[in-house]
Design a protein around this ligand. Sequence first.
Ligand code: 4NP
Length: 158
Amino acid sequence: MRILFVCLGNICRSPTAEVVFRAVAARESPDMALEIDSAGTAGYHEGEAPDRRTRQAASRRGYDLSALRARVVEARDFEYFDLILAMDRENLRTLERRAPQGTRERLRLFLEFAPEAGVSEVPDPYYGGPNGFEDVLDLIEAASRGLIEHLRRRSQAT
Ligand code: 4NP
């Protein structure tokens, strides 16, 4: 199972999702074979490490984002990844426009896996205050638990 998390810049939300989901999967379902990656729909920060505020907020919860580097979604990602999870509707729409025929059903909103959160999008924290980074972590931790539960149920059903 290959999972790609997607936001705009790949320096705040999707790298957080990549690392948080990897940690949740390792803890909850260590035997599940997963490949996890993240990318952005825009290339403004290509090659850069995650945003310093994102790294610091993540680090306070025990997640290390320092090794990641931003990259842009490529055509081959749509074929390679089984599940492509957008952080918000705008990025989902961008992905839908770029997705080759037959790959659109791989695209979803990540927060579909956290129905109890009461929101469907992870808000862009880039131009906001420090609370935005904590909100991003809360939402991503909730959706990561929901996603691993979904994958476990699915693997038991087959
Ligand atoms: P991300 O946040 O999409 O969660 O990585 C952003 C990063 C950079 C910009 C916007 C959002 N930007 O406009 O440069």
